[in-house]
Design a protein around this ligand. Structure first.
Ligand code: FMN
Ligand code: SF4
Ligand code: SF4
Length: 405
């Protein structure tokens, strides 16, 4: 693997695991063992779960989480976790002791921090928390304003522009020798994203992570009068959704933030997370502007061996395709992102490979009207075909070919 220089740290690759609260009560030894396995499998740095400013665990010590799945033809495409966030975040003492133990892994330790929801709106409290965490040995701070389970009254703190910028500025002022990353919520539109990106960069952020999990509602169980699909709960609420379903958010946010960075002529670290479940998506995100990537749902769905799989893929991909640095791939797609009015179209048409076609008619049953039937046989109405390529997607046997003419 080629090393990557991240915020002054020489990393062995640009890939690691996102901030994640474990799903059950655990000993710290067990948690550290998990991080050890991440590092053994190639994670270039470690990132803690969110660490709060609460000094002692004063809630229910039995950390309960319930999962409900979004699926498509039996495959999980996303999962929601329902659980009281106070029970799953690390409290200050635990967090500091975790950071201390993680230091022995010889990779930089990033602390993901979030103050208790009652104190969200006080930037000074965020800065005090950051200071304690840095004094405890964290190498990098990631400000988590974006967990949808942290919200008060359905409001995610990272949706508040003034608060976000104030917190970044205050933390930067307090621990100015430490790199500061802001983790964005995907629950905002693109024009708000412009403002937030410019605001946090101007306030001194050294990096942005996109995206945290969006707030969603899990699908109801239609065979049990609409009750929750979560097991063992009486009701449910809006909560975070993780999984492959999120990848479009990562593409969208990485692309737009990279454009803004270029407009501002500022180069900060842009870490992509959200939905990455195939190694190829790492390269896609880099070509859209990400400098580094972090895996989250993939670790739950595929285990930590997936980190090594991604590193191996990236290594071989770069060698075969002739890329000699990560920088040479970063943002490559942007010369093609030109706005639809500027796109020039070349003539593309569909045809059918009759050796494969089973005459099932799947390509004739919706919005494509460019077909006719001669006897039982489906023919492409060549004049009407716009070359959109949809038939290729719906043909179950790969008989549709769409090509330039
Ligand atoms: C079980 C679990 C716990 C998480 N805990 C945190 C956390 O403590 N802090 C945080 O910033 N993000 C947390 N996340 C969000 C992830 O870091 C990541 O941004 C998100 O899962 C999107 O990636 P994905 O769609 O691949 O899962 C958690 C995600 C999961 C699945
Ligand atoms: S390419 Fe589009 S327009 Fe042409 S036949 Fe296929 S679905 Fe119809
Ligand atoms: S969907 Fe494919 S197999 Fe079915 S009729 Fe169309 S081209 Fe033939």
């Amino acid at each position: 693997m080629l090393p990557y220089n991240f915020l002054g740290f020489k990393l062995k690759s640009p890939i690691w695991v996102a901030s994640q609260c474990p799903m059950n009560p655990h000993t710290q030894e067990k948690h550290v063992e998990l991080f050890e396995n991440y590092v053994k499998n190639g994670a270039a740095l470690v990132k803690t779960q969110m660490i709060s400013n609460i000094k002692q665990r004063n809630g229910n010590p039995f950390h309960r989480v319930r999962m409900a799945y979004f699926e498509n033809e039996g495959k999980p495409i996303g999962f929601c976790n329902l659980g009281r966030i106070e029970e799953s975040m690390a409290y200050l003492d635990e967090g500091l002791s975790l950071i201390h133990k993680l230091k022995s892994l010889q990779v930089p330790v990033t602390a993901n921090i979030a103050v208790h929801s009652r104190q969200f709106y006080n930037a000074k409290i965020w800065a005090t928390l950051a200071k304690r965490i840095v004094a405890g040995g964290a190498d990098i701070i990631e400000i988590n304003l974006s967990c949808p389970n942290l919200r008060a009254n359905l409001k995610i703190p990272g949706q508040d522009y003034g608060l976000t910028v104030d917190i970044v500025r205050e933390i930067k002022r307090t621990v100015d020798h430490i790199p500061i990353i802001v983790k964005f919520t995907p629950d905002m539109n693109l024009s708000r994203l412009d403002r937030f990106t410019r605001g946090v960069i101007n306030a001194g952020a050294d990096g942005i992570t996109v995206v945290n999990s969006p707030a969603a509602i899990a699908p109801p169980d239609i065979y049990h009068q609409g009750r929750p699909k979560f097991q063992g709960v009486s009701g449910y609420t809006y909560t975070a959704v993780h999984g492959p379903i999120n990848i479009y958010l990562a593409y969208r946010f990485v692309t737009r933030i990279y454009q803004i960075m270029k407009e501002m002529k500022k180069k900060i670290e842009l870490t992509a997370t959200g939905g990455i479940n195939k190694p190829e998506q790492i390269v896609e995100l880099m070509m859209l502007g990400a400098s580094t990537v972090e895996l989250s749902s993939a670790i739950l769905l595929q285990g930590y061996g997936f980190i090594e799989k991604c590193n191996n893929f990236l290594d071989k991909f770069m060698e075969k395709q002739g890329y000699t640095s990560y920088a040479s791939m970063r943002g490559l797609s942007h010369k093609y992102i030109i706005g639809h009015l500027k796109v020039r179209y070349r003539e593309v048409k569909a045809r059918i490979n009759y050796r494969k076609c089973t005459n099932c008619g799947a390509c004739t049953r919706s919005l494509c009207l460019a077909w006719k039937k001669v006897g039982d046989k489906v023919l492409v109405d060549y004049e009407k075909c716009s070359g959109c390529g949809f038939c290729k997607l719906v043909c179950p046997v790969g008989a549709r070919i769409v090509e330039e003419v």
